[in-house]
Write a protein that binds this ligand. Structure first.
Ligand SMILES: Cc1ncc(COP(=O)(O)O)c(C=O)c1O
Length: 400
């Protein structure tokens, strides 16, 4: 009888995969590394002479196909052949990309009403590396051009449209044209809109980043990010090496959860938009409401630009009550159906107080300058029945 390997060895050995069936759903590759048939094959894969996986920090079959899917969605119907990478969070997508594109002495031009974490990253991580950040209202294109002309070191134009949490929208095509005129890479954070509502690459952006933690996943059960670039070579030479060295890669489980969420992106976004529009219109008419920020409202200053470049106006809105901060606090504490939580883009309705949560690291003066007031309340409108959302908001605003 042929001698078998020992009991303990049998326990340890990886079983041989049965390859005669095709999984209907994307499998999760829970492996940190990939074995080679020979040293020659390993060398060829390492040197990029033949395709293959090496180590999951560099890429993995589950992660890579989902990254590719996000890139295809951003490039859909554009003829562009983009390349995508998944990262461990939206913040790591931004830091990996910017550390890949910029060097000490370069500058960034952006808006003042960015996601607070991005503002803090530029200030606390990039500035100490002598990568300075200039901010202005990106709706003022003359001002944008004047800063780009005066500050000859600006190499990157970074925008978020609609902006978090004021929902201001900026002209993506005009910004890309200006950025390229002054030799800048143009980077868009498309987290709020998703490629279903707008595709910045079609409007000239060079890169798109996402916190996929939000709408792309949609169910609040994974933290990840994505970088999509229109130039595959540049992604391979400048961005992927930084991701490998910084270790900002996504993991298979979060990539798989993201993929699951992506399947319903279109129908979720349609419902998010429908519900947000109804809620914004309802809030606009409420006697206790001072102001509603929703680009779908014709009264919103960004309505024309949003209409020009978006398919619909998204699920995010923010508003202020007449009683300011006190009324806002009371409102949030009285919510029963909607959830008070610092994220957005999930299927359920989420409420956040930017001044004390997402923008707590932004100094008050800087916040106020860009409309992020103490009493501002942000709502990520979910896909529930709109009557239930409005009923909760109505009882929370109250009448006394
Ligand atoms: C617009 C935007 N970009 C980026 C981020 C950062 O994403 P993450 O929390 O996945 O790191 C957020 C987080 O709220 C965000 O709202």
């Amino acid at each position: 009888m042929k001698k078998q390997i020992g009991f303990g060895s049998l326990c340890v050995q990886s079983p041989e995969e049965k390859r005669y069936t095709n999984p209907h759903q994307l499998p999760i590759y829970a492996t940190s590394s990939f074995a080679f048939d020979s040293i020659e094959q390993g060398m060829d894969i390492f040197l990029g002479k033949q395709p293959g996986h090496i180590y999951s920090r560099f890429g993995n079959p589950t992660i890579d196909v989902v990254a590719e899917k996000v890139a295809q969605l951003e490039a859909h119907d554009s003829g562009l052949k983009c390349s995508g990478l998944l990262t461990s969070s939206g913040m790591s997508a931004i830091s990996t990309l910017l550390l890949g594109l910029l060097k000490s002495g370069d500058g960034i031009l952006t808006q003042g009403n960015l996601y607070g974490g991005t503002t803090a990253l530029f200030r606390d991580v990039l500035q100490p590396l002598q990568i300075n950040c200039f901010t202005t209202g990106l709706e003022n294109l003359n001002e944008v051009e004047s800063i780009l002309r005066k500050q000859g070191n600006i190499r990157l134009l970074y925008y978020e449209t609609p902006a978090n949490p004021t929902l201001d929208c900026f002209d993506m095509a005009a910004l890309a044209e200006l950025g390229h005129k002054y030799n800048c890479s143009v980077v868009a954070d498309n987290t709020f809109a998703t490629p279903y509502l707008q595709q910045p690459l079609k409007h000239g952006a060079d890169f798109v980043i996402h916190s996929t933690t939000k709408y792309l996943n949609g169910h609040g059960n994974s933290t990840a990010g994505a970088i999509v670039g229109r130039d595959k070579d540049l992604m391979g030479k400048a961005v992927l090496p930084k991701l490998k060295l910084l270790g900002t890669n996504c993991n298979s489980w979060d990539a798989w959860l993201l993929h699951n969420g992506l399947k319903t992106l279109e129908i979720r976004m349609e419902r998010h938009c429908q519900n947000a529009r109804k809620l914004a219109k309802w809030l606009e008419k409420h006697p206790e409401v001072e102001k509603v920020n929703y680009p779908g409202l014709e009264t919103h200053p960004s309505h024309p630009v949003a209409k020009k470049q978006m398919k619909d106006f998204g699920g995010m809105l923010s508003f202020e009550l007449k009683g300011g901060l006190e009324a806002g606090k009371r409102f949030m504490n009285r919510l029963r159906f909607c959830t008070l939580t610092p994220t957005l883009g999930d299927v359920d309705t989420l409420v956040l107080h930017p001044a004390s949560m997402s923008h707590v690291s932004v100094p008050r003066e800087a916040r106020l300058q860009y409309g992020i007031t103490d009493g501002l309340v942000r709502i990520s409108t979910g896909i529930e029945n709109i009557e239930d959302i409005i009923a909760d908001v109505e009882q929370a605003i109250g009448s006394e």
